[in-house]
Design a protein around this ligand. Structure first.
Ligand code: SF4
Length: 130
């Protein structure tokens, strides 16, 4: 990287203060800038192509446990979560983005990890009508 930077002249000469009279349009500069641009584009695409997580959230996960997560909403501890109802489930939660009718899908609250459509946690937020 240091070598690449050394090969590319600055856009103007700071010392001579004559930046208007020193053209920087040489073939070498063009090729180096093209190479830098291509590298930056390749790096961007590598990040964009990062596969989406399909890791499943489990009830034994420490954070899921602290959030009262259950795979089946009917198994939620009523004494601990008195405001919970069986109508509250992942498929009706704002943070769930599974396809309509799918058995499971990603939950943005748990970093995109997949949850069962009938799951529940204490961060449940009712999906707003579209
Ligand atoms: S935040 Fe919503 S979708 Fe995610 S586990 Fe909790 S209830 Fe399910």
């Amino acid at each position: 990287m240091i070598r690449t930077i050394a090969l590319i002249p600055p856009p103007f000469n700071y010392r001579d203060n004559d930046f208007m009279s020193k053209p920087t349009n040489s073939r070498r500069v063009f090729i180096l800038r093209l190479a830098c641009g291509t590298s930056a584009l390749a790096a961007t695409q590598a990040f964009a192509a990062d596969p989406v997580s399909t890791e499943r959230l489990t009830e034994t996960d420490a954070y899921a446990k602290s959030m009262g997560f259950r795979v089946d909403t009917t198994k939620v501890d009523k004494a601990r979560y008195p405001r919970h109802t069986v109508e509250q489930k992942c498929s009706t939660c704002q943070l769930y983005s599974g396809a309509p009718g799918a058995e499971d899908g990603p939950c943005s609250f748990f970093g995109g990890r997949w949850v069962d459509k009938d799951g529940w946690c204490r961060n449940f937020k009712i999906k707003k009508a579209a």
